[in-house]
Design a protein around this ligand. Structure first.
Ligand SMILES: [Fe+2]
Ligand SMILES: [Fe+2]
Length: 238
């Protein structure tokens, strides 16, 4: 495998699923873990957050847009699941009851929490997808590029609704409470700063940034929105 690495990094391209057979086992493991995590988390998010939010949506237009968001999140699951099937991934890796992200264990209680969630949680997803959109495995890169505009729409939808809420003092209090509740739960999403998995992903050109770098970019983007644009506070988290 060392002959594939230049200065400890793989900079080649793996064009198709069938080409994975020619790659070292560690590459297949790394791609499998990333694909599996998307299969599981896109489904769990759609089931626990986006689909229930349809009933919270206060107007027909909001219901329509929330149906679209739920449809797109289920769609992300279906597309990643297709790739997982093509790759013959172990079904045990794809079990959402055991393997989903802890973000999804605290459900949103109402419409306002949902829009705060979309505004800041989908920003975290965008940062992950940014790296995958330049990764060395083309089927995954293509999928990331295709899903990115939809993730941007979800975050933008949340941002617009949060801005509307912040036009009143009562709304500002609601948004601040939502940020205080949701933001600390999202930070662990980026993983351990000394993660062996992240090291493996960077070695094989699947991710570009360390977990700490991604978390720092995330915190800055949340601050730009919540503090810069809305004049609210991002809570300090140890
Ligand atoms: Fe998604
Ligand atoms: Fe999304």
């Amino acid at each position: 495998m060392s002959e594939l690495l230049e200065n400890g990094r793989f900079t080649g391209i793996v064009k198709e699923v069938s080409d994975l057979n020619q790659m070292p086992e560690e590459y297949r493991i790394a791609i499998g873990k990333i694909v599996a995590s998307h299969v599981v988390n896109e489904l769990t998010g759609a089931q626990r957050f986006d689909e229930p939010a349809i009933q919270y949506a206060p107007t027909p237009k909001d219901k329509w847009l929330t149906c679209r968001i739920a449809m797109e999140e289920y769609g992300h699951h279906v597309k990643f699941d297709r790739l997982a099937t093509d790759m013959n991934l172990d079904p045990a890796l794809l079990d959402p009851t055991t393997r989903h992200n802890s973000i999804f264990d605290q459900p949103v209680e109402d419409w306002n929490e949902f829009v705060v969630f979309k505004a800041i949680c989908d920003l975290a997803e965008i940062i992950q997808v940014e790296d995958l959109a330049e990764c060395t495995f083309l089927p995954l890169r293509d999928l990331a590029i295709k899903t990115m505009p939809e993730e941007r729409f979800h975050a933008g939808f949340g941002r617009d609704r949060v801005k509307e809420l912040c036009l009143t003092e009562e709304g500002r209090v609601i948004v601040q409470a939502g940020v205080n509740k949701i933001y600390p739960n999202i930070l662990p999403f980026f993983g351990n700063p000394n993660s062996r998995n992240n090291e493996m992903y960077r070695r094989w050109g699947i991710k570009k940034r360390t977990n700490a770098e991604m978390r720092a970019v995330y915190t800055q983007r949340v601050k730009n929105l919540i503090e810069g644009e809305l004049g609210l506070n991002v809570p300090e988290v140890a």
